[in-house]
Design a protein around this ligand. Structure first.
Ligand code: XLS
Ligand code: NI
Ligand code: NI
Length: 442
């Protein structure tokens, strides 16, 4: 990939990041992410399809509920919104090509600032879509997915497609339509629905049944629109249990799968799993990957990590090798993603104020994924990990166990077998032994 600069170079002191191997002392190098390395029949680049999240890297300025932004953006200077947005896109593509990310993702309002005027917003987005199209062509970087931010604007305080006021729903639709048009025009692989404020704060004022029906109707309407206009990609729902609302309708993967099945959306929708959302739901990332893979809806991943002591979406960059290796075991056994990719939905800390910090963050995230995948592949091929789990279920491989799996045994048959076979012997689950295998291959 060639570095793509605009009129100005924003990350001046930093050159393109290259793979230098585990022994390198260079903080601006990959130690594990060698994009051409083959693992389990694919290159690392093909496995991961890493993407840059426009919002965290080029919009979020480090502000928090207690204070304003701490990150100053050189590209945020011009007064004209479209010109300012073009500068931001120049900076974004410079970064993306310097760090060697093959994809990016955005919300409509990340690309260009919106006003209250729907038509003006359409015009602004269109101008930037044309600009992005040229950037994609010049760099080879592709759009992983697009989405609409229908949660930040105050009008969405009571929800977007689940808002009790139909008028607000229509504004959400106008934004989603624009973002779908942009995604189609830019050849995006997917279109994401994260239910920002699709949920409730209190049931005292909420007709939950009706809101969920509106949500399903909205998704059908959006899907039909996109298909009619030639969108061939995947629609993705991104579960999250809470934040910003107390209870979000897309709680976790199991909830979303039930919802998609109930409303006949399983043919068009898959799931975009985010690490920190999994942990907020009281699950592990690997749990959510397994649930989605088993249902055939493992679509895409939002990579980040939470904090063990804080109970909110801290969106930190991934760095936990042990946990990620467990996730990559499931990822590999599931045959990877069906389309989709791994989007760094993660932000540098408020006090990470050097231009270099964004590079360190992505280098760390990409290296951790690469190392975890390589480790997981070694575990699957070199250890008895797989065999152990297979053997654990071997009593169902023949005889009465097999007959049970095939639905051939009644409760009376099971009772008779219990009587005849006596007390079962204890069989160890060997968790510590298996955990040691992970450590050994790291
Ligand atoms: C927020 C979500 C959001 C989605 C896209 O918690 O992760 O960033 O990925 O709307
Ligand atoms: Ni996300
Ligand atoms: Ni999140």
């Amino acid at each position: 990939m060639q570095v793509l600069l605009g009129d100005k170079e924003y990350f001046k002191s930093i050159n393109q990041i290259k793979y230098e191997g585990a022994e390198s002392d260079n903080p601006f190098a990959f130690r594990w992410y060698d994009e051409n390395k083959m693992v389990a029949g694919k290159t690392l680049k093909e496995h991961f399809r890493f993407a840059c999240a426009y919002w965290h890297s080029f919009v979020n300025d480090g502000s928090d509920p207690f204070g304003p932004g701490t990150h100053t953006f050189e590209w945020n200077k011009k007064s004209d919104a479209v010109e300012r947005a073009k500068d931001k896109m120049d900076a974004a593509f410079e970064f993306i090509t310097k760090i060697n990310l093959p994809f990016y993702c955005f919300h409509d309002v990340d690309i260009v600032d919106y006003t209250k005027d729907v038509k003006d917003n359409d015009r602004r987005l269109q101008a930037l879509v044309q600009y992005a199209k040229q950037k994609q062509k010049d760099s080879g970087v592709k759009l992983l997915w697009g989405t609409a931010n229908v949660f930040s604007n105050p009008r969405y305080m009571n929800g977007a497609s689940t808002n009790p006021d139909f008028h607000v729903l229509s504004h959400a639709a106008a934004q989603v339509k624009g973002a779908i048009d942009a995604t189609i025009e830019l050849g995006g692989d997917g279109y994401v629905f994260w239910g920002g404020r699709e949920g409730y704060m209190t049931l005292l004022n909420t007709d939950m049944k009706r809101e969920k029906e509106h949500f399903a109707r909205f998704l059908h309407t959006a899907k039909d629109y996109a298909r009619k206009n030639g969108f061939k990609g995947t629609f993705l729902i991104e579960p999250k249990p809470m934040e910003p609302t107390k209870h979000q309708y897309d709680y976790d993967c199991e909830t979303v799968i039930g919802f998609l099945r109930q409303w006949d959306l399983l043919n068009d929708f898959k799931i975009n799993i985010e690490v920190n959302h999994a942990t907020l739901a009281g699950h592990t990332f690997q749990h959510e990957i397994q649930v989605a893979a088993d249902a055939g809806v493992l679509g895409s991943l939002d990579a980040n990590r939470g904090d063990y002591q804080n109970g909110w979406d801290t969106d930190q960059f991934p760095n936990n090798l042990n946990e990620l290796t467990e996730a990559m075991l499931i990822f590999l056994e599931a045959g990877g993603l069906q389309g989709g990719g791994i989007n760094f939905d993660a932000k540098i800390r408020r006090s990470s104020t050097d231009a270099a910090d964004l590079f360190y963050a992505h280098i760390g995230g990409m290296d951790t994924f690469a190392r975890a995948l390589i480790t997981a592949d070694n575990i699957l091929n070199k250890s008895d990990f797989k065999q152990f789990r297979k053997d654990r279920y071997s009593s169902y491989d023949n005889g009465k166990g097999k007959a049970f799996e095939e639905g051939k045994l009644s409760m009376e048959d099971l009772h008779a077998y219990a009587v005849e076979s006596g007390e079962p012997e204890a069989k160890s689950g060997k968790q510590e032994y298996l955990e040691n295998i992970i450590n050994r291959y790291i």
